[in-house]
Design a protein around this ligand. Structure first.
Ligand SMILES: *Cc1c(COP(=O)(O)O)cnc(C)c1O
Length: 381
């Protein structure tokens, strides 16, 4: 493979190092230290504080969502968003098998079961066509929702994931789901800074969930956010994730089963400083993506580019190899040279917890599973 040597040389030059190059590292070039020390000086390091409020405001400004709620991590954000969308014990939720395990886990935490449907080759995310076909064949619309004819269970939500920050075909998906009263919750954990037809991902469905884990485009150490344009749902998300406590100056009273899913002020401080850098990072990533595109273009290695009508954040950049053999060759050579590359996730139904879940042919998911590789995507130091 001719491109291996120039690729390895390029990454060494870009990151200015002879050492191991990881897939994605956080950078702290802004106000991180100032804000963190401020939380310590103020003693507000824990579950309430000014940075939590400020983080939520920043997220509202960035995504233009009516409401943003800070939570402890992206998985918790997904779990609570699904619960608020109406997912209950025994329900089913449509999602993709080509995803990080947290997507499926968040469904299982609500005592619901995933239905794995195929992805599109162009977006690598949930395919509206696959969802349409499945619902055409197995969906039955009743007064209280859409039911799965094969199991008799309610299909309570649809959970698409914007793989590596590439938005799924949301218009088509929303049309299909709306027709059957199935609320769409977006797993936008990887897509902060990604837009679909000018609208921020996570804000087109009923609710969206973001992650601020250490490997994401910006980080709070660990953290997440729930966004919604439905203010009532946003308020409920805040309530549920802060133990469902009725406001009172000194009495403790909780009127439903809530969670302690609060993002500590310490983490929010880091997140605030990181969000201030988001625009800058997005520009630098776009620039790196362009360079990769040029580098790979003469070869049979396809750099995964954003689609028309979308703006990708290029969180984790990806290339598509010709076949599994070529992919393994690419992985072996680059990792041996100290340039980290990684295959896309194994499909969820290969995991013991999800092996018996209903699924369709998975033709595209299996094609991509054998060919997609992530390449170093951090911005420079
Ligand atoms: C990172 C990620 C999550 C979970 O976020 P955490 O903050 O790590 O809990 C969920 N879904 C996807 C697709 C992710 O990549």
């Amino acid at each position: 493979m001719q491109v291996l040597k120039p690729f390895i040389e390029f990454t060494r030059e870009y990151y200015m190092t002879k050492d191991f190059i990881p897939l994605h590292e956080p950078r702290f070039r802004g106000n991180e230290k100032t804000y963190l020390l401020d939380t310590i000086d103020s003693t507000f390091v824990s579950s309430v504080g000014a940075y939590v409020d400020r983080f939520e405001e920043q997220m509202q400004n960035i995504t233009k969502a009516q409401k943003a709620v800070a939570v402890v991590n992206g998985t918790a954000a997904l779990q609570v968003a699904l619960r608020l969308a109406g997912v209950q014990k025994g329900d089913e939720v449509i999602t993709q098998a080509l995803t990080f395990v947290a997507t499926a886990n968040a469904i299982a935490y609500n005592n619901a079961t995933p239905i794995f449907l195929d992805v599109d080759l162009d977006t690598m995310g949930l395919s509206p066509k696959a969802v349409g076909q499945f619902l055409e064949e197995y969906g039955e619309l009743r007064d209280d929702g859409c039911y799965n004819k094969t199991t008799g269970n309610r299909i309570a939500a649809c959970l698409p994931m914007h793989t590596f920050g590439f938005p799924v075909h949301l218009d088509e998906l929303l049309t299909i789901c709306n027709k059957r009263n199935i609320p769409v919750v977006e797993d936008a954990a990887e897509s902060l800074g990604s837009y679909y037809k000018g609208q921020h991902t996570g804000t087109l469905g009923l609710m969206g969930a973001f992650s601020f884990n250490g490997n994401k485009i910006v980080t709070s150490g660990g953290g997440g956010a729930i966004v919604s344009n439905n203010e009532n749902l946003g308020d409920k998300a805040k309530y549920l994730t802060t133990t469902a406590k009725k406001p009172h100056p000194y009495e403790f009273y909780h009127d439903e089963l809530g969670y302690n899913y609060r993002m500590p002020n310490l983490n929010a401080a880091l997140a605030c400083a990181q969000l201030e850098m988001l625009e800058q990072y997005l520009e630098e990533k776009r620039d790196l993506a362009e360079k990769y595109k040029q580098l790979f273009s003469p070869e049979k290695v396809k750099f995964r580019d954003e689609l028309e009508n979308t703006k990708a954040n290029y969180w984790l950049m990806a290339v598509e190899l010709e076949n599994k053999k070529e992919r393994n060759l690419f992985l072996e050579h680059t990792n041996k040279a100290g340039v980290m590359t990684r295959p896309i996730w194994q499909l969820m139904y290969r995991l013991p917890m999800y092996k018996d879940c209903q699924r369709d042919t998975q033709k595209n998911a299996e094609f991509l599973e054998e060919r997609i590789v992530n390449i170093p995507s951090s911005v420079s130091k």
